[in-house]
Design a protein around this ligand. Structure first.
Ligand code: AMP
Ligand code: ZN
Length: 116
C-alpha cells in the first residue's frame, strides 16, 4: 500500500533496524521501544489489522507466531516475552499494517494493562 509506513519499510524506502526477514515476513526494532527488547513482526503483504484478516492470512500469521520465540531469545529475552497486537480504534492501533509487538528483556515486565 503506497501510503503505509510499514510497507515502505518492507520496500526499503524507509530505513529500519532489521531483526529477521524471509519471503513472507519482516521483523525490525521498534523506533520507540518500551522495554530492552521491543521489535515488531509484520507480514510483508499489507493487511490493515487483525480485524481485517481472512483464512488466506492463516499461514503467514502462524509463521509469525512460530518465529517470535526464537527471535526474542536471540534479541535478549531468554525466559519469555510478551506479544501484543493492537487492533483498531479500541485497541489503540497507530500503524494500520498488522504487526505483532514482541516485548521483553532480561527482567520481568510490568503486569498487563491496569484494571479500571
Ligand atoms: P501500534 O500502536 O501497535 O500501531 O504501534 C505502532 C508502533 O510502531 C509504535 O510502537 C511505534 O513506535 C512503531 N513505529 C512507528 N514508526 C516506526 C518506524 N519507522 N520504525 C520502527 N517502528 C516504528
Ligand atoms: Zn502496509
Amino acid at each position: 500500500m503506497s501510503d503505509c509506513i510499514f510497507c515502505k519499510i518492507v520496500e526499503g524506502k524507509i530505513p529500519s533496524r532489521k531483526v529477521y526477514e524471509d519471503d513472507d515476513m519482516l521483523a525490525f526494532h521498534d523506533i520507540n521501544p518500551c522495554a530492552p527488547v521491543h521489535f515488531m513482526i509484520i507480514p510483508k503483504k499489507h493487511v490493515d489489522s487483525l480485524a481485517h484478516v481472512g483464512p488466506e492470512h492463516a499461514a503467514v500469521l502462524g509463521k509469525m507466531m512460530v518465529k517470535a520465540g526464537s527471535l526474542a531469545r536471540e534479541q535478549g529475552s531468554p525466559d519469555g516475552f510478551r506479544t501484543i497486537v493492537n487492533t483498531g480504534r479500541i485497541g489503540r492501533q497507530d500503524v494500520y499494517h498488522l504487526h505483532i509487538h514482541v516485548i521483553g528483556g532480561p527482567n520481568p515486565l510490568p503486569r498487563m494493562i491496569a484494571k479500571e
